[in-house]
Design a protein around this ligand. Structure first.
Ligand SMILES: Nc1nc2c(ncn2[C@@H]2O[C@H](COP(=O)(O)OP(=O)(O)OP(=O)(O)O)[C@@H](O)[C@H]2O)c(=O)[nH]1
Ligand SMILES: [Mg+2]
Length: 484
């Protein structure tokens, strides 16, 4: 059977093997970071992989005995709650299984696939393709499954009258400051007559479109419909304040006609809470009151009493109000593919959003691991690409100087990603001495899964540390500005 060990083997022989003495699991996948190296390199997969193929060193393990005696810490629970075997233990079991032959591999793999909830609805399909057309076809299918989000375009229309917070929202959700290049002008009160597109800095295919105002002399409803092609958008956020206008209501009718999803968004909740506090009304009662006022207005205007989704948020602080619910609404309305692309750009806007990004990345691991286990070439490229995606999605690839202060587990640099890949290679011990003639697919599958699950958990922790630090730094600079 073909397997990626050929690639890993090439990689191992090309690198001098890092002594294994300190690779305990307390600090995670890699226990130490090389402080002297330039950690600010821009990561380039091709470059790194080129550097991997430079040959030197040939330190190998001495004996089978050494392999079996190697330190391991017994069974371990993966983030999905499943019991995962340590590689050495798996290896020993597999060694036994190679003595009795590899015929059980296919059966064990089938069991493994069927019980893996991470594969979701595709498990039957994958098995069918594997059995009918072999591992190559299964790899193509899985590759498409994990890569398709890259082709997704998400267009979110942001509509509403002037000063309701559209531009501020478009900046905040993209983690763009009002002074940054590509930011939407906040508070200028200039009504735009064209659709203005704002692309996400992390993924240019996530596009927020600031729609022109409607129902004015310069932009009649008819002109609006000519200019704005409603079918071009995945979702519509209609910003309102304090309640929807008749023009907003008219827009919802147009959207219903063409079966486009929309919701009302009411920003500035922070201001409402502040103002109500001054009047002696408890903060926790404010959202319910605002919501009731909006529902009353909607019901008065609309002859058809339909449920409408309303989200109360603060563009100045996404922790306040319904931002998480708004994200769940987006998840429910977008295809899974599009939501992946959307979620991979979310983590930088707050700790609550990190979880969304994390979940979507975690959902990929089973498909990825199975693909790698069946893959017979390009494994290192896939692994590097996945690691790169984690760093990028968690915003950990743009750290410049500050990370040194944060003591992150996996500080970003091209060299460091090479070290992570080295560690993955070390998860296949004994290969150089051919203690095990061949790794079976189940071992590979479990090992890849465990590696990516652990790395993802640790990078999520790094992301939380970084976001907490960024928020603290921002608050400090605001305080300093206020004092001046
Ligand atoms: N406190 C607070 N202020 C907000 C919030 N959202 C927007 N603002 C402020 O409200 C003002 C108007 O916001 P914009 O985002 O420019 O409004 P807009 O809907 O884009 O307005 P036009 O471009 O004129 O259509 C700005 O001064 C913002 O700083 C919010 O959630 N909280
Ligand atoms: Mg604006």
């Amino acid at each position: 059977m073909n397997n990626p060990i050929c690639d890993l083997y090439k990689h191992i022989t090309a690198q001098s093997i890092i002594p294994n003495n300190d690779h305990d699991t307390e600090r995670g996948l890699v226990s130490d970071s090389s402080d002297d190296e330039d950690q600010t390199d821009t990561w380039n997969v091709e470059e790194k992989l080129d550097s991997i193929s430079v040959s030197n060193g040939e330190q190998v393990r001495e004996s089978d005995e050494e392999l079996v005696n190697e330190k391991h810490s017994g069974e371990k629970e993966s983030s999905s709650g499943e019991q995962v075997k340590e590689p050495d233990e798996v290896l020993i079991n597999e060694k036994h299984s190679t003595e009795i032959g590899l015929s059980s591999d296919a059966e064990t793999l089938e069991d493994e696939i069927l019980k893996d909830i991470g594969l979701g609805s595709i498990k039957q399909e994958v098995l069918h393709i594997f059995k009918a057309d072999g591992p190559k076809s299964a790899v193509s299918y899985l590759n498409e499954n994990v890569s398709m989000w890259k082709n997704a375009t998400v267009r979110i229309a942001v509509a509403g009258k002037s000063s309701v917070g559209k531009s501020t929202f478009i900046n905040a959700i993209r983690d763009v400051n009002s002074t940054d290049e590509g930011s939407a002008n906040e508070g200028d009160g200039e009504t735009t007559l064209v659709v203005q597109e704002y692309r996400h800095p992390k993924n240019k295919e996530i596009i927020y479109c600031d729609l022109p105002g409607y129902g004015t002399v310069t932009m009649t409803r008819k002109m609006f419909l000519e200019k704005v092609k409603l079918l071009d958008y995945d979702l519509f956020f209609i910003f309102i304040n304090p309640v929807p206008t008749e023009d907003d209501q008219w827009l919802t009718e147009q959207l219903r006609k063409v079966e486009k999803k929309f919701c009302f968004v009411r920003a500035k909740l922070d201001l409402d809470i502040k103002n109500h506090k001054k009047m002696g009304i408890a903060a926790e009662n404010v959202p319910a009151e605002i919501r009731r006022t909006i529902f009353d207005a909607v019901n008065d205007m609309s002859p058809v009493k339909e449920d409408v989704d309303i989200f109360l948020i603060s563009n100045k602080n996404f922790k306040i109000g319904d931002m998480k619910k708004l994200i769940s609404f987006i998840e429910a309305k977008l295809s899974s593919l599009k939501f992946d692309a959307f979620a991979f750009c979310l983590s930088s806007i707050g700790k609550e959003m990190i979880e969304v990004t994390y979940q979507r990345l975690q959902n990929r691991i089973s498909s990825l691991a199975l693909m790698l286990a069946w893959c017979d070439y390009g494994v290192l490229n896939y692994c590097a690409g996945e690691i790169d995606l984690y760093y990028h999605s968690f915003g950990l690839d743009s750290l410049v100087d500050d990370y040194r202060l944060l003591n992150l587990r996996h500080p970003f640099s091209a060299d460091y990603i090479g070290t992570l890949i080295d560690r993955l290679c070390e998860d296949f011990p004994g290969i150089l001495k051919q203690v095990v003639p061949i790794y079976n697919t189940v071992v590979l599958y479990r090992t890849y899964k465990r590696f990516f699950e652990q790395l993802l958990d640790e990078l999520k922790d790094d992301c939380c540390t970084m976001i907490a630090y960024t928020i603290k730094k921002k608050l400090l600079s605001e305080e300093t500005e206020n004092l001046q």
